[in-house]
Design a protein around this ligand. Structure first.
Ligand code: PLP
Length: 442
């Protein structure tokens, strides 16, 4: 196979191509690679295949839809499955979310949500609200808005001047105080007050449009909000008329041991972004949810018969994505997968935390069916040791995400106890092997 033509996303192209990992098929919890090996998928692809691979109901729904209506525009046109999909998503959304704007990805959801915030304030005559506040280590995809409010330095570095008028709050990782916490850490709710402090020292609150937050920061290595933190952010936003956006691209659809982090963490934003698990990864799709208040404000401010919100994608509410979404939500409901995730989460937590005391393990963080195991950085550089561990796990037939020095686990919600045990025992063995190798070379 010639790998030359492809510029791979978020990849070290040259070293990857020298030693490629190629997947040829997937079913249930497993990938098959091009040598015929079965690889246990401990990351649900990229945190998206929550119902497991190759789900027949989803695939049949997409196939049938393709035969019936492959594509139709949704700009001042419509098709029935688009409206059905919106209705279905609203039915299972947290209370107070009445309207859906469809996108094709988490990145598009991020930029769409920022534009909705601006449009909402402008519609109310508050045109001075143009600033956004994100967080250090935040990840909101790779479009310009999302990159700007994102706080992973590496992702921003090459692009220099991103959106102006963006500020970032500190992240909520504090291994010294909160290390090896199960679930939400006890210490750090007061970090939310940084938002209030910034408002008084740097920003007139009437200049801030929105604060955007991942309830659990996944891409930066499974960083959880301290108990009470999100509520304090919520209260400060409400006090100053600032919209709160939750980016639930990872946390939506059962990942945190309930349907949405909004519900499992008990704090409701004004705007909710999702993607990934919305279609089980089968067809790209994302969505931004708002309440009638925001929708009506934007729509009512426009003069009759004009386009109220000048935004949308050729593939917004794509029929195949809508079919995949409806079938995916059916599968989640009929197979009780969110309940299953909640039931299994203590087993998952126990298995992840059993690695405490293993060489180099600096922290373990978890909630629902997601966990991060952070290693100490070796003298070889950031991520080198964890990269070696990940490679050994791959060789042993288990795939997980690697982000910085953290190995992240987010298996499909169909995972069973034996597979959970295998995932973390494979990790333990891989770390021990790397420790032994390092000891032998000193
Ligand atoms: N927001 C969050 C919280 C994410 O984790 C991701 C992807 O990992 C995105 C946005 C971007 O989603 P996509 O890659 O579908 O554009």
């Amino acid at each position: 196979m010639n790998l030359d033509a492809m510029w791979m996303p978020f990849s070290a192209n040259e070293s990857f191509k020298a030693n490629p990992r190629i997947i040829t098929a997937a079913q249930g919890m497993y990938f098959t690679d091009n040598t015929g090996r079965q690889i246990l998928d401990a990351s649900a692809g990229l945190w998206c295949v929550n119902a497991g691979h190759g789900n027949e109901r989803i695939i049949n729904a997409v196939t049938e839809q393709a035969k019936k209506l492959d594509y139709a525009p949704f700009f001042n046109m419509s098709h029935d499955i688009g409206f059905k999909a919106a209705e279905r998503l609203v039915e299972m959304a947290p209370k107070g979310f009445d309207k859906v704007f469809f996108t094709n990805s988490g990145s598009e959801s991020a930029d769409t949500s920022l534009k909705i915030a601006l449009a909402y304030h402008a519609a109310r005559g508050e045109t001075g609200r143009i600033k956004f506040i994100g967080r250090e280590k935040g990840y909101h995809g790779v479009n310009f808005g999302g990159t700007s409010v994102g706080g992973i330095g590496f992702n921003r570095k090459a692009f220099n001047h991103l959106l102006p008028f963006v500020d970032h709050l500190r992240h909520t990782l504090d291994i010294e105080r909160n290390g090896f916490t199960k679930g939400l850490p006890a210490y750090g709710a007061e970090w939310a007050d940084e938002l209030e402090n910034r408002i008084f020292t740097l920003h007139d609150p009437k200049t801030i449009a929105a604060v955007i937050i991942e309830p659990m920061a996944g891409s930066a290595g499974v960083i959880l909000p301290p108990q009470g933190y999100l509520q304090r952010i919520r209260d400060i936003c409400t006090k100053h008329g600032i919209l709160l956006i939750f980016d639930e691209v990872i946390t939506g659809f059962g990942r945190t041991g309930g349907d949405w982090a909004t519900n499992t963490m008990g704090v409701t934003p004004d705007i909710l972004n999702c993607a990934k698990g919305i279609t089980n990864g089968v067809v790209p799709m994302g969505a931004v949810l708002v309440g009638n208040g925001i929708y009506n404000t934007v729509v009512d401010a426009a003069s009759e018969k004009t386009i109220e919100f000048a935004h949308g994608y050729t593939y917004s509410a794509h029929p195949l994505a809508c079919a995949a979404m409806i079938a995916t939500l059916d599968v989640y409901r009929d197979e009780g997968l969110f309940e299953r995730a909640a039931q299994l989460s203590p087993v998952f937590e126990q298995a992840a935390h059993s690695l405490q005391g293993t060489p180099f393990v600096k922290d373990i963080r978890n909630i629902g069916l997601v966990a991060g195991v952070e290693l100490e950085t070796s003298s070889a550089g950031l991520g080198k040791r964890a990269g070696l561990v990940q490679q050994k796990c791959w060789e042993a037939g288990v795939l997980m995400r690697l982000t910085g020095e953290t190995l992240a686990f987010s298996p499909p919600l169909i995972v069973n106890e034996a597979e959970i045990e295998r995932i973390f025992s494979t990790l333990g063995q891989a770390i021990t092997e790397v420790a032994n190798q390092e000891a032998a070379t000193v």
